[in-house]
Design a protein around this ligand. Structure first.
Ligand SMILES: NC(=O)c1ccc[n+]([C@@H]2O[C@H](COP(=O)([O-])OP(=O)(O)OC[C@H]3O[C@@H](n4cnc5c(N)ncnc54)[C@H](O)[C@@H]3O)[C@@H](O)[C@H]2O)c1
Length: 367
């Protein structure tokens, strides 16, 4: 078993640790036990993850004297809904969950967001523990306490800030993850470096595609989590600096919204969005064209898209994409907020982007 890395999310009395690396779940055993005073662990997962990992995870927890009581939901975004939430809350209440015990979320971001929100509202709040099984969930969604569901008004439009008590990012759980999901998750790792850690980007660039597995991956995951942890500790409820974590996301959400359902992955849209944020910053004269080209080259080296036309869907319309950017949750007073950059590791918030200029830029990018 390789050494497990530990990152602390410093939120005072709500602080928690993230354990990273192969074998992290087994290593976490003794730390898990106090969260389950009744000796049973209610664990929410999806059908895919249950088939692949529930038995092994249950065995690992059994070695600590914990009996797993699973709640299995359908995979995919449709479970992140009012109906899905009601199902999980009822399942917790059916099992007479007590405030003294935690609920485990074993799965990707869908399971983490759904279970976290269910935990936040069940009996006015029970604890939860994240065991993320996608790279995206390990580096991003399991850390920071944003939980929620989608509504007819948009993605993640209902939710709560509810921090987990512990996060276990075990690389062994990623062994079954398709390469495409792994690459998509990597977009959130490189995002952290590009926002505020130029030295981290140098290391990722040097590692190239090797960064997608093994010890290189553990180090990169831990670095991305540590970066996010610092930002969350400073601005838990996204009043300011936390918005930087949305680098690439305003563009990315527009691509996700305009593409047919399930054709592009979130991380792919974010990768193209990050490259666009750099290209747009270079167009405005905020950042050098050299940095923008370096970012695009690295994304391609990993197998990620660096332009809208490298996404799995290519039938884009600039006006429609910009209209979606106007609907983004982060916007204030009807102005588009963009995360732009002065270079690698130097992102900043522009709370009033020039919409006409942005539209003209998008038209050139799509032609
Ligand atoms: N809360 C946050 O801060 C935050 C941040 C980013 C994204 N998110 C949310 O995360 C969600 C996306 O998460 P995701 O990309 O993990 O998708 P996901 O949870 O839908 O998982 C993707 C697919 O992979 C399967 N899967 C999960 N683990 C696997 C494994 N180890 N091996 C094989 N298959 C596996 C799942 O069953 C699913 O079919 C979105 O809903 C997004 O809004 C939340």
């Amino acid at each position: 078993m390789s050494e497990v890395l530990r990152v602390n999310v410093g939120l005072g009395e709500r602080a928690y640790d993230v354990l990273v690396g192969a074998g992290a779940l087994a290593a976490a055993g003794p730390e898990l036990v106090p969260h389950f005073p009744r000796g049973r662990a209610i664990l929410v997962t999806d059908r895919h993850v249950a088939a692949l990992h529930l038995e092994a995870v249950s065995d690992t927890l059994a070695a600590q004297g914990l009996r797993v009581d699973p709640v299995i939901v359908e995979p995919g975004e449709t479970s992140k809904s009012w109906t899905g939430l009601a199902g999980v809350v009822d399942a917790l209440l059916d099992r007479n969950v007590e405030r003294s015990e935690a609920v485990i979320a074993l799965g990707g971001g869908v399971i983490g967001d759904l279970t976290g929100f269910a935990a936040a509202v069940t009996k006015r709040g029970v604890d939860f523990i994240q065991i993320p099984t996608t790279l995206l969930a390990q580096v991003d969604s399991s850390v920071g306490g944003k939980t929620g569901i989608n509504t007819t008004h948009g993605k993640n439009f209902a939710g709560a800030f509810h921090q987990p008590r512990l996060v276990i990012a075990d690389r062994d759980l990623l062994a079954t993850l398709p390469d495409r999901e792994r690459r998509a998750g990597y977009a959130e790792i490189v995002k952290a470096a590009l926002i505020g850690d130029a030295a981290m980007f140098d290391r990722l660039e040097a590692a190239g595609a090797d960064v997608l597995d093994g010890r290189e991956l553990d180090t990169a995951v831990a670095a991305a989590i540590a970066f996010k942890a610092r930002i969350v500790a400073e601005d838990e409820r996204e009043g300011g600096v936390r918005a930087l974590l949305n680098l690439g996301h305003t563009f990315g959400h527009a691509f996700e919204g305009d593409a047919p359902k399930d054709v592009i992955r979130h991380g792919e849209a974010v990768a193209a969005g990050i490259a666009l944020a750099f290209a747009y910053s270079a167009h405005r004269g905020d950042c050098s064209a050299i940095d923008a080209a370096r970012v695009a080259a690295h994304l391609r080296a990993i197998g990620l898209p660096a332009t809208p036309n490298e996404l799995a869907h290519t039938d884009w319309n600039a006006a429609s994409l910009v209209a979606r950017m106007r609907d983004d949750k982060k916007n204030r007073d009807g102005r588009i907020t963009l995360i732009l950059t002065r270079g690698i590791g130097a992102a900043f918030i522009d709370a009033a982007a020039d919409e006409a200029d942005l539209l003209a830029f998008m038209e050139t990018q799509l032609s």
